[in-house]
Every structure is written in C-alpha cells, then in structure tokens.
Design a protein around this ligand. Sequence first.
Ligand SMILES: *Cc1c(COP(=O)(O)O)cnc(C)c1O
Length: 345
Amino acid sequence: MIDLISDTATRPSPEMRRFMAEAPVGDEQLGEDPSVNRLQEMVAELTGKEAALFLPSGTMCNIIGIKLHTQPGDKIVLERHAHPFTSEAGGPGLLAGVMTHLVDGVRGVFTPQQVEEAAQPGDGIHTPPTTLVCIENTHNRGGGKIWPLETLEAVADKAHDLGLKVHLDGARLLNAVVATGIPAHVWCAKMDTCWIDLSKGLGCPVGAVLAGDRETIRRARRYKQMFGGAMRQAGIIAAAGIYALQHNVERLAEDHANARLLATGLAEIPGIAIDPDEVETNIVFFDVAGTGRTAQEINQALIGHGVRMGAVGRTRMRAVTHLDVSRADIERAVEVMRMVVAGAR
Ligand SMILES: *Cc1c(COP(=O)(O)O)cnc(C)c1O
C-alpha cells in the first residue's frame, strides 16, 4: 500500500529500532532517564528555549500549553481549523475549561488586527478575559501552509502588547524550517511555548516535545503528571526522537518535492481541482467534484489499486507525503489516480 493518509503512517526504520533498543534508560518521572533528558536538551537548543519536556503526544503538548497560560473561564484565540478545536476531542473545554474564540484565517494564517478584535477586553465584568493566542505552523488544514515569519512575529507582538501569551503548535514546525531555511529558534523566539511532533514527518512511533522557559516547563511537568503523561523508562521511545533529529530532518525536503510532484501530477488530471503553487510543504489538498464522484468513492477505488489518501469532505481529499513514500511511489499514485478518474468519468 502506498499510504498517503498522513505522515503518521511511517514505520520506525530498522536503524531507528536498533538505536531505540540500545538506548540508556532510567526512571523518567524522577528525571533520571538519560535518553529523555538528552532529547529534551536537544529540543530546547533547537527551539532556543531554556527547557523542554518529552510528552506522549502533540495533543498533550497543546492541552498543557493551554493549561499553562490560562485559568478556567478564560477565552483563547484560535484559527477556525486549528487542531485543538477540530481534533482534540474537546480537551480545551474539559481539561482547561477555556472558551475558544475562532478567527477565520487564510489557509490558517491570521492577522494582528484579528487578534486585537478577538481580544477586546470589554468591560471586564460581562466579558471573559482573553489570555492566549494559538498559532499552528505549518498549518495542517491550511494545506501545510507556512506562516510568513513577519506575520507570525506581528501576531505575537500584538498578543504580548495586549497581555496575552502565545503558544505555537509546531507539529510540523520542522517542515517549515526545512522549506524556508529559517531556523526553529527564529520561528520560536516570540513564542511563550512551542512544540514539535516526533510522530509525524520525523518518522518516530510516538512522542512530542514541548519547550519554553525553565519556570514554565517546571509547571508543565505537574500537568504531565496530572494527565498521566509521566512515564518510566521512556528513553526507549525518546531515543527514536534523538535518532530522528539526527537523521530525518534535512530529508523533509524530499517529502516537499514529492508533494509538489504529486500536486502537479494531479493538476493534469481532468476533474481534479488543485493549485500546485499552494503546496509549500508535505500536505496536498484537492477537490474531486469534477470527476462526478465523491472523495470516499475515489478513495475506495484507489485503495483497490494499492494507494490510500484521505477523504476529508464530500469531494475534498488530502494526501500527505512522508519518509515511507518514494518518488516512484508518487509517480505510481498519480498513475492510479488517472486510471481511477478515467474509470469514473
Ligand atoms: C497531529 C497534530 C497534532 C496532534 O499531535 P498527536 O501527536 O497526533 O497528538 C496537533 N496539531 C497538529 C497541527 C497536528 O497535525
């Protein structure tokens, strides 16, 4: 199966598994796991922060980030398609007790003006306090969109001027880093907390790392414990992260080239609507309305030929490139799509 459903479809490579098997370990809850500690130091350095915390998932990075900067009853500002709103099972409402103020971005990107409007303090009696802005870079539902750095900085400056904190969902921050050449510490400089996912394009089986200043990360450890995210000999899985940061970052450029190749191939198929110029990293959204079939039907037909993508709307589809798909796989995927659509018409 050429599996383009997500960049989470990767399997740990034999080299990564070997590195994991040989990792030195200790009790992570006591701060004694050398592999966890090393990974945390690597991510703190990468993001230019004082400290970092290894967590089981990106979802836990987001909820802890939200907890750190808010009180129950506060309002947070998020883009309409931001992951904590669409895909985290209502966690911000249940676990942090916050209200979400959604702003409409352009492929996930919003402006300082929108933050200002959303954060109107009102009279402070009837209105909830707004305490946090969340930014997602790259933006998943925005099609792997990279925030323009100036816009990201301007949003953070505006938020700070208004007394709000800023949290960066960097599930795919390293895709933005590799695509732009702008280092992670520059992207993260104005962020109060930021995180990277290890289980997306980096190819690890599990894990994510949250970073911030020392005091913030000390507080985050309590929430990690509270949410059941504190582990024991977690160096086994942290080692995959170390391996990935050493071996799987620069190669994200191949995923971007493959996504671009996929997009240009799909654009040539009658009935498929896509603008290849919008593909900046490893996520490709397109619409199949012109084929006369639904996304679900197209995907079922693809699966019959050994290719899987995601049906994310009635006629909207998503394909994500990653380290387990090659250029040849992408060429094959385009061929299969051409065949399936021709059959459909
Ligand atoms: C996948 C994803 C998450 C959640 O990460 P998990 O490790 O799957 O919990 C959060 N934000 C974005 C943008 C994502 O793509």
